[in-house]
Design a protein around this ligand. Sequence first.
Ligand SMILES: [Zn+2]
Ligand SMILES: [Zn+2]
Length: 139
Amino acid sequence: MFIRKCEMCGSEFETSSNRAKYCVLCRDKAQVMRNRSYARKKKAGISVTIGSEQICPICKKTYIVTSGSQKCCKECAMALRKIKKTPTTAAYLKGHYDYIRVNVPKGEREGIKEYAKSLGMSVNKLFLTALEEYKLNHQ
Ligand SMILES: [Zn+2]
Ligand SMILES: [Zn+2]
């Protein structure tokens, strides 16, 4: 037999296992606590409470749950739906265009987006059009 000190209540106890951490009384409590935190985790993972705040796994923003099957915020859900609905768009872009990442001065992104919108084109189209115009004017 080993004499061990209980990690929970600090009292000494006899045990046949040299790895025991808790006395007989506390061992039950420790088990209950483990079960509880497991149940809590399980609950959190499987069902989300409607009306509760969750963090979107995609954009990391907090959102309010409006349905039990909701897994990300509305914006991301909408974006995902769009991608699913128009798989040809993504495939088309991949086949016909190359991707360039354009950096714009800090804080001007929204302004550029708005400007493109006011012209009735996408930011992408605006840049391409601007490039064409630049070429025309700089021959
Ligand atoms: Zn104890
Ligand atoms: Zn999101």
